[in-house]
Ligand binder design. Structure first.
Ligand SMILES: [Zn+2]
Length: 288
């Protein structure tokens, strides 16, 4: 599976940490549309399809980007409204974001929105209530849990492939985690973003092949701004800037190599064509 989190370069968590506020977003140069156009061309050249998790802010301020993706036949899903990590939202606010973003995206695309990805993979044991809220809001799948250990996010004990996520109040939703490589009993992130930019593409390919050998599909994720090495540099800590900018100039070539080697589809298409692994359930409300 292939996915893109559709947001502007100034909306990432590292920029928020560096002092960039949502009230300033309108004053930045928008760079999303040409990046998305290039991605759509790449996908069409390689006969691939993908899921685009679009931020509600983008749907509100750059409607044509959503239209362009939908017209190219790709799945539109929700990335929330304002890119707040779930730890900063109350369950009622999150529920509202799920409804608002879905209505906006469905109005523009004319198609049902059934999938969600939280900003910065922020469903963890602490925010597991979000699984109950997603189920209650009628979403069909979620892709917000990274089964790794990380300073910002992650549930290291969560299953590596599609499974049934169970919330603390018993809500259930299909969970599609991003791709990891399991080495020495530990899950290593390889499936997208800075990891994909940093690591040799053969490692990503090895993880995808490993998934295939288990009869499962891996999930790759990228952001349009990762194909834009000329984006302005925003205030960030040194570590955050390195994570944000590492190998931006190589994303395009790496994505091409993966597209040549593997057949990619969006999540909805995967759910239609393969056993999605719902026989495995994992309770996120319980630590372990
Ligand atoms: Zn995001």
């Amino acid at each position: 599976m292939l996915s893109f989190d559709v947001e502007e370069y100034f909306q990432v968590e590292a920029a928020a940490d560096g002092g960039t506020r949502p009230q300033q977003w309108d004053s930045f140069e928008k760079r999303l549309a040409p990046c998305v156009e290039r991605i759509l061309r790449l996908l069409s050249d390689h006969d691939a399809s993908a899921t685009f998790f679009v931020l509600g802010w983008v749907a509100r301020h750059e409607r044509d980007v959503v239209r362009m993706i939908a017209n190219a036949g790709h799945e539109i899903a929700s990335h929330g409204m304002g890119h707040a990590m779930l730890g900063r939202l109350a369950p009622e606010q999150f529920h509202r974001e799920l409804l608002d973003s879905r209505r906006l995206l469905e109005d523009i695309s004319g198609r049902p929105v059934v999938g969600f990805r939280a900003p910065t993979f922020s469903i963890t044991h602490e925010t597991a209530w979000a699984i109950d809220v997603l189920a209650e809001a009628g979403y069909k799948y979620d892709s917000s849990v990274f089964p790794i250990r990380h300073d910002r996010y992650g549930v290291p004990g969560a299953p590596r492939f599609a499974h049934l996520a169970v919330g603390p109040n018993g809500g259930e939703i299909l969970e599609i985690p991003p791709l990891t490589l399991r080495v020495m009993g530990v899950n290593w992130p390889v499936g997208g973003g800075g990891y994909l930019r940093l690591l040799p593409v053969c490692l990503v390919a090895a993880a995808l092949n490993g998934a295939g050998r288990l009869g499962r599909s891996g999930m790759i994720y990228l952001h349009p701004w990762e194909l834009d090495p000329d984006q302005p540099i925003l205030p960030m800590s040194r570590l955050a800037r390195r994570r944000h900018r590492v190998n931006l100039g190589r994303t395009d070539a790496k994505l091409r190599r993966l597209l040549r080697r593997f057949r990619f589809t969006g999540v909805a298409e995967y759910l239609d064509t393969e056993a999605a692994g719902v026989e495995q359930a994992y309770s996120y409300g319980l630590k372990g």
